[in-house]
Design a protein around this ligand. Structure first.
Ligand code: PLP
Length: 385
């Protein structure tokens, strides 16, 4: 740090120069991210709540009420009358809380000390972080030929050390939904905690189902589901950071509670201490602003774009990995390795990512990707072909 204060204008100029190095969502070139530009109204509200701290809710009773309302609204979307949980920094923290709840619950009620979690091969890497931090062993459940959890393989890896089973509603690489109803039944029958990671799909599957899309049930209407991750900062158009963890019962928060002596509340169950109220306020605002109708339109629009791209790339000869269930497409050139194709697309300004399972170009069609961007992309894909 320099000794003397610097003029605001000079600081802003330096920051703007650096900001220019960032890709912008509005350019329509970011195709490998599950984040997007937050809605302007959500950003406006976010700034108003920047100084609120939900780590000390007795000081911010109004903002705590807002968080509770948001958790209840998301819970209602997920077929839960009374929801418990928090707005956190993102899917990683939400998954960490779910696995911590499962571990502590199994320790308290079943005496499991060296537990295991069963996750699909398609799970987000946040579960590896959670297992590492919580000292749990990861057991991977194999996928079937459709890249979804193979339910028989899952049954085979359940043991008396299993503290949680995880399934995904909107996988990170392919946007697919695991057979959650079947897994819920297995988890329920075996009295095992079942967490659904709908970080990506949670803000679109309910709305697509309302709009008549034939997508499976993945929520608390299934009795085995104990918690669900749903991220407002992905498909919900809330500003980063906004993840959501919803629990079926309050006891899952209680088993994580530690004493918080100097604060206005006696205990705390979240991972983070001081935490933003702005994320809850912005999510509250955007959910009210859109309503179910607005989110249905949004989700449907992204699916229309996805269908357009899917049909176009097949027409020009690319091999698509699977029929998209949500707004993610993965595909390969029949004669070019995915890494090389990604490089060629990058040279033309497209920021794509390469999926690992299976290896393929992966594109996430978020709200910032418009039809004109897709038409340009198809032209580039034709030329590369
Ligand atoms: C299914 C799923 N879960 C969890 C996460 C982690 O979310 P975050 O990056 O917000 O921590 C992601 C991120 O893409 C995801 O796709």
């Amino acid at each position: 740090m320099q000794d003397k204060p610097i003029d605001k204008q000079d600081i802003l100029k330096e920051l703007e120069e650096l900001h220019k190095l960032d890709y912008k969502y509005s350019d329509g070139r970011i195709l490998g991210s599950m984040c997007t530009e937050a809605h302007p109204f959500a950003k406006e509200v976010y700034f108003k709540f920047l100084d609120t701290n939900l780590g000390d809710p007795g000081l911010f009773k109004g903002t705590k009420h807002i968080e509770t309302e948001v958790i209840n609204s998301i819970g209602e979307l997920l077929s839960l009358d009374e929801a418990y949980g928090n707005i956190v920094t993102g899917g990683t923290e939400a998954n960490l809380m779910a696995i911590r709840a499962a571990r502590n619950h199994a320790r308290k009620y079943k005496g499991i000390v060296d537990g295991e979690i069963i996750i699909p091969e398609s799970a987000h890497f946040s579960f590896k972080k959670a297992a590492d931090m919580l000292n749990l062993k990861i057991v991977e459940a194999k996928l079937d030929e459709n890249y979804k959890i193979d339910v028989d393989a899952l049954k085979d890896v359940i043991s008396d050390k299993t503290v949680a089973i995880v399934a995904i509603a909107g996988t990170t690489e392919l946007g697919l939904i695991d057979p959650i109803e079947e897994i819920s039944k297995i988890a329920f029958e075996n009295n095992i905690y079942f967490h659904v990671d709908a970080a990506f799909g949670g803000f679109s599957i309910p709305f697509l189902r309302m709009a008549g899309y034939d997508l499976p049930v993945f929520d608390f209407s299934l009795p085995g589901v104990c918690s669900i991750t749903v991220d407002p900062h992905k498909m919900g158009l809330a500003p980063i950071p906004a993840g959501g963890i919803i629990f079926r019962k309050e006891e899952y928060l209680e088993v994580m509670a530690v004493d918080s002596p100097y604060l206005t509340v006696k205990t705390q169950s979240t991972i983070v201490g001081t935490r933003l109220g702005a994320s809850s306020a912005a999510t509250f605002a955007i959910m009210k602003y859109f309503g179910k109708e607005g989110y249905c339109d949004l989700a449907e629009n992204m699916m229309k774009n996805t269908r357009f791209l899917y049909e176009e790339i097949i027409k020009i000869g690319y091999d698509v990995v699977c029929r998209p269930e949500l707004n993610i497409i993965a595909f390969n050139h029949p004669k070019m390795e995915a890494g090389l194709l990604a490089e060629k697309l990058e040279k033309r300004g497209w920021k794509v990512s390469v999926a690992k399972c299976p290896v393929a170009i992966r594109m996430v069609l978020m709200n910032h990707i418009k039809m004109n961007h897709l038409k340009e992309l198809v032209e580039d894909l034709k030329e590369i072909f």
